[in-house]
Design a binder for this molecule. Structure first.
Ligand code: APR
Length: 253
């Protein structure tokens, strides 16, 4: 058995025996769906300036932020479809193996794959919100025709209803994530550098409450040396297919 096979087997055994399995995902889980990650080679922040998503900058210069927001979040992501990693997570939820996904992603791909127990830590791209009267709009083509989009009621600027740099995490998502992290006995961390606070506190919280941490990432992250028990240094789809095979084949069942 190679080292890799051994790690897959160990991880599969942890997952199989888990009582409350949670997955914590970042941009890496969607890379194979064609959604670029934020950091690292080819990452969005090598091409764009992250200040477009800074709340203070957005409030001052919405006409500068909006075209970039459209390009990144409504063109790239709009066309993406779930990949094998998303689909296996959906299968595991249906089978009762996976209890919850905490995702930093706003691309909706876990939902599209079929998962329903999802905490969207950074919100989602589905809605826009009026910064003045807080009216919520479902995103559609017409709404994004005139940039920056404005509220039909008070004419103020609309902002995507996901979390910008400098904004607080929605209270409900935050407390649900803390609860899930404290409750899980196994946490699978997929495709995150662990550089963004406070989301990056979740693996440590789970670990401190006794959970085993399985990490899937072709590169080491901020979490790897600190909390990870089993590190699978491969792509999300490859790792998830190998785990699924190991879990549902007779050898571990
Ligand atoms: N499978 C698994 N992991 C992958 C893959 C893949 N195919 N490809 C890349 N990765 C890994 C990278 O090695 C990297 O560690 O995914 C990670 C992506 O990291 P980031 O781009 O930093 O994404 P994330 O950690 O989710 O970012 C957190 O930053 O800008 C904000 O709000 C945004 O939610 C986002 C937050």
């Amino acid at each position: 058995m190679t080292n890799q096979e051994e790690r897959i087997r160990t991880a599969a055994e942890f997952i199989k025996k888990s009582k409350y399995l949670v997955t914590f995902t970042g941009a890496g889980v969607s890379v194979e769906s064609g959604v670029p990650a934020f950091r690292g080679q080819g990452g969005l922040w090598t091409k764009y300036d992250p200040k477009v998503l800074d709340i203070d900058y957005f409030m001052k210069f919405p006409e500068k932020s909006w075209p970039v927001i459209i390009e990144i979040f409504y063109q790239y992501m709009g066309k993406a479809k779930p990949n094998a990693a998303h689909l296996i997570l959906a299968k595991w939820e249906k089978k009762g193996l996976l209890q919850m996904i905490i995702t930093q992603n706003i691309d909706n791909l876990h939902y599209e794959a079929g998962n329903r127990n999802i905490i969207e830590f950074h919100g989602n791209t589905r809605n826009l919100i009026c910064l003045e009267c807080r009216k919520i709009y479902k995103v559609d083509k017409n709404l994004l025709e005139n940039i920056p989009p404005r509220c039909s009621v008070c004419k103020s600027i609309l902002k995507p209803d996901f979390v910008f740099f400098g904004e607080a995490i929605p209270t409900e998502a935050y407390s649900a994530s803390i609860q899930a992290a404290q409750k899980c006995d196994v946490l699978i961390v997929i495709g995150t550098t662990g550089e963004v606070m406070p989301a990056n506190l979740i693996p440590g919280l789970a670990k401190n409450n006794g959970a085993r941490i399985i990490e899937i990432n072709p590169h080491i992250s901020e979490h790897t040396q600190v909390v990870t028990d089993v590190f699978l240094p491969i792509k999300a789809s490859e790792a998830m297919m190998a785990l699924d095979e190991a879990i549902y084949s007779s050898s571990v069942e």
